[in-house]
Write a protein that binds this ligand. Structure first.
Ligand code: DOR
Ligand code: ZN
Length: 345
């Protein structure tokens, strides 16, 4: 039986770090294991211009613990007023890695997102020309579409038409949650990648709703039925380079989660690698963990894989805190619902 596994340092291709006291509290949790992360720009106000991204990058670097080896990869938040020239210059200078598309109203702090996709066409065309990745929150927001169908409908009504209209546009389907997402991603070429979160590999919608409502399992896109989780699990552990890790670790204080109108987001930065080792081992696929967490993402983003390694070791159940303290109050850590035996050295 494998008792330890050494892999190149992983990267997180979808992460929320927030700002201020929350940033200070959660950044070390990611920087401990991950070498790089794509930093989501849905702050209030959002990170819209190159100038905003440079300022946010400085705040992140200033919040890093002494001696940490971590690179934040900055993103711009796409609005209907985004200037293609600003985006292109930010990419050319190396400041910004990609652009994030939130359909307006789809999720936390998405009010400045896109309603009319025709209005962002010039930006998308410029991005296709320069090979800059577009990360999509893939859910429609139409009130007549059931929340469990929003990803599948987005693929048909938004994603596929945009890709057909913009040849060469490099797209990441973020945090896919359905077999529809897996099947679409698999059927496309190398211009399309898809991230999968740790928690969507572990929970289905029953975890949120059966036996009482569990706000700490609520995120967007919401977890779907078990058959979809199994499709995600198969994709993540298959070795297919289309699929890579984006934790979507999204901290909210317990006060904001455990509320009559609780925020969407699962905070998983601290125990993600332990959870993934457990999941991959259960599938007999520990040998595929490095690809998913450390190799496929850099290949899509055309960046070198990390040179340094981490070692995960298996032993007695690993203790991990139920929550981490922040100046704004505790933030509950993702509970996979089973013991974790793997720990990063
Ligand atoms: O659950 C989520 N939380 N999904 C998102 O798309 C945004 C995120 C957040 O920022 O809290
Ligand atoms: Zn997110």
């Amino acid at each position: 039986m494998t008792q330890s596994i050494t892999i190149r340092r992983p990267d997180d291709w979808h992460l929320h770090l927030r700002d201020g006291a929350m940033l200070q509290a959660v950044l070390p949790e990611t920087a401990r294991h991950f070498a790089r992360a794509i930093i989501m720009p849905n702050l209030v106000p959002p990170v819209v211009t190159a100038k905003d991204a440079a300022a946010y990058q400085s705040r992140i670097l200033a919040a890093l613990p002494e001696g940490a080896d971590f690179t934040p990869l900055m993103m711009l938040y796409l609005t209907e007023d985004t200037d293609p020239a600003d985006v292109a210059a930010a990419h050319a200078s190396g400041l910004v890695t990609g652009v994030k598309l939130y359909p307006a109203g789809a999720t936390t702090n998405s009010a400045s997102g896109v309603t009319d996709f025709d209005k962002v066409r010039p930006v998308l065309e410029k991005m296709a020309e320069i090979g800059m990745p577009l990360c999509m929150h893939g859910e429609v927001t139409d009130s007549d579409i059931d929340i469990f169908d929003r990803e599948a409908v987005f693929i048909d009504r938004v994603l596929d038409p945009i890709r057909r209209a913009t040849p060469g546009l490099r797209v990441v389907m973020e945090h896919i949650t359905t077999k529809n997402g897996v099947d679409y991603a698999k059927s496309q070429g190398e211009d399309l990648g898809a991230t999968i979160t740790t928690h969507h590999l572990i929970i289905n919608r029953n975890h949120i709703l059966v036996g009482g409502i569990k706000p700490h399992y609520y995120c967007l896109p919401v977890a779907k039925r078990e058959s979809h989780r199994l499709a995600l699990l198969e994709a993540a552990t298959s070795g297919d380079a289309t699929f890579f890790l984006g934790t979507d670790s999204a901290p909210h204080t317990d006060e904001n989660k455990e509320s009559a109108c609780g925020c969407a987001g699962v905070f998983s930065a601290s125990n993600t690698m332990s959870c993934l080792a457990e999941v991959f081992e259960s599938q007999g696929a520990l040998d595929k963990l490095e690809g998913f967490a450390s190799l496929h993402g850099p290949a899509f983003y055309r960046l070198p894989a990390n040179e340094k390694t981490i070692t995960l070791r298996k032993g007695d159940p690993v203790p991990y805190p139920a929550s981490i303290p922040t100046e704004d109050g505790p933030v509950t850590l993702f509970d996979p619902g089973f013991p974790l035996h793997w720990q990063v050295d």
